[in-house]
Design a protein around this ligand. Structure first.
Ligand code: ADP
Ligand code: ASP
Ligand code: MG
Length: 471
């Protein structure tokens, strides 16, 4: 939406980009520069490492380990205080230091409570784990003001309305649109820069929730879609979306343009550069999402668009992987038809809200195999044992088997549709490296092919596919 015929850009900054006083100043300069040409709304993550520290403190507190959370308190206070000392004018310091101190008191009260009751509920964890965003937004807004840019920190609990699934809440879009526009647009219209806390939201009753780890990307597209922004820029610590995770494949290349669907697949299958739900809010309006590097701002980055026109080259675009997964193999044998076996299993998974990463079947034998995140395994197994109790009792050949230490490698590309031989080449490439494929799945949409391999071979497998297709 244009404001005084200026375009509106929502810019999100990740943890590394605001990890220190120097990084925060660098980010503030970028915002200042771009706010000359466009209306800018900022969404910010906690300083790098802070969310992990908060979660660790809560866990230690719930075990009664007072010393551990007190250490975290010291470290949090030191890092934010140092950033404030180095970057803020005396007037801004006078304003901001009491606010940061207030957050430290919140931290202390919450951790004391967890220590006393020896428990931390998901609801209380959300309030604590997202305090880092409250502190970083307070600081960044003050740095901008110190640089002469009118800015105001906004707590996302005022604008993003969610359901009550603490720890991984889903936004209620219509209500969020209403609150976001009525809170943020007047600021933008007055020429101010709202600096919104990423990651957090609130239920209709005002209880703090979070959108899942890495959720600030999602906050940015929610705010962007609500405000009908012209573009959303996700600033991070790499030059864009790359052909593979640069930590696994050092010569991974930047992809100049990818489609929404490719980005959705990539993020679902482990590419940490985007939260898996990031693209959802922008699909309806087709808002372009850019991935850019705060360490290298002159690099154009990656543009994520509704569908790709450029780079119509057939074949793969990227390869990604999900580690820490386990394969579950259900054998119904004589007791159930395959359809019954699958229906019962997926009903159970659905009720538990478990995500499956790949599914294969062997129906002659009534065998269903699927991969789940390791973190979900215990409850999936317990639930399946309960659901299939009778079958397991009456049919000695029926079984639930678990294969641990598995990784899923996924090759992605919209242009793979109708290109013969891709699966074959991938098989051969893995075979040449002596990597055994445990299971394979390719959907009819042909946008991705998934291979389950041993967790210890994931890096070699990703590299082999990257090399074979010269990504
Ligand atoms: P931020 O704190 O900015 O949100 P993240 O650490 O969440 O940043 O995401 C960026 C990281 O994602 C990169 O540093 C990189 O290691 C990792 N990553 C994994 N897969 C990819 C990929 N295909 N392209 C780019 N980065 C990737
Ligand atoms: N700070 C949160 C996290 O570390 C959210 C984010 O960085 O996107 O998960
Ligand atoms: Mg992230």
């Amino acid at each position: 939406m244009a404001h005084d015929d200026k375009s509106l850009i929502v810019m999100k900054f990740g943890g590394t980009s605001v990890g220190s006083a120097e990084r925060m100043e660098n980010v503030a300069s970028l915002i200042k520069e771009h706010s000359r040409q466009a209306g800018v709304v900022v969404v910010v993550s906690a300083m790098g490492g802070v969310t992990d520290m908060l979660i660790r403190a809560a866990t230690e507190a719930s075990r009664g380990n007072r010393e551990a959370w007190r250490d975290v308190r010291q470290e949090l206070a030191r890092r934010h205080r140092e950033a404030a000392d180095k970057t803020l004018s005396p007037a801004e310091q006078a304003l901001v230091l009491p606010r940061l101190a207030e957050q430290m008191i919140n931290f202390e009260n919450l951790c004391s409570g967890f220590s006393l009751v020896r428990e931390v509920t998901p609801r209380a964890m959300d309030t604590l784990s997202s305090l880092g965003e409250v502190m970083s937004a307070t600081l960044l807004a003050a740095i901008l003001r110190s640089m002469g840019c009118p800015a105001e920190a906004v707590d996302a609990t005022e604008v993003i309305v969610t359901d009550e699934k603490f720890g991984n809440a889903s936004p209620l879009f219509e209500e969020s649109v209403e609150k976001t526009t009525s809170r943020l647009l007047p600021l933008v219209e007055r020429g101010q820069i709202p600096v919104v806390t990423g990651f957090r939201g609130a239920t209709r009753d005002g209880l703090c929730t979070t959108l899942g780890r890495g959720g600030s990307d999602y906050s940015a597209t929610l705010v962007g879609a609500a405000l009908k922004a012209d573009e959303i820029w996700i600033w991070t610590d790499v030059d864009g979306v790359m052909t593979a995770d640069p930590r696994l494949v050092p010569n991974a290349q930047i992809i100049p343009e990818i489609s929404y669907q490719e980005a959705i697949e990539l993020s679902f299958f482990g590419a940490k550069v985007l939260h898996p739900k990031t693209i959802q809010p922008v699909v309806k309006r087709g808002i372009p999402v850019w991935i850019k590097n705060t360490f290298n701002p002159s690099c154009a980055g990656t543009k994520i668009v509704p569908s790709c026109t450029r780079n119509g080259r057939p074949g793969l675009k990227a390869v990604t992987s999900v580690s820490k997964t386990q394969l579950i193999t259900l054998s119904g044998r004589n007791t159930l038809t395959f359809a019954h076996l699958a229906a019962k299993a997926f009903d159970a998974l659905g009720l538990e809200g478990v995500e499956t990463l790949m599914v294969t079947q062997s129906s002659a034998d009534n065998v269903l195999c699927f991969a789940v995140h390791q973190a979900d395994l215990a409850r999936v197994k317990a639930h399946l044992e309960q659901v299939f109790e009778l079958e397991l009792l009456h049919d000695q050949r029926a079984s639930i088997e678990i294969m641990p230490h598995v990784a899923i490698v996924v090759a992605i590309g919209e242009n793979m549709k109708g290109t013969p031989g891709i699966a074959g080449r991938a098989f051969s490439a893995l075979g040449r490296k002596g990597i055994n494929i445990i299971a394979i799945a390719q959907g009819a949409s042909e946008i991705s092919i998934s291979f389950a391999v041993k967790a210890s071979e994931v890096k070699d497998a990703v590299q082999a596919i990257h090399e074979e297709f010269q990504l």
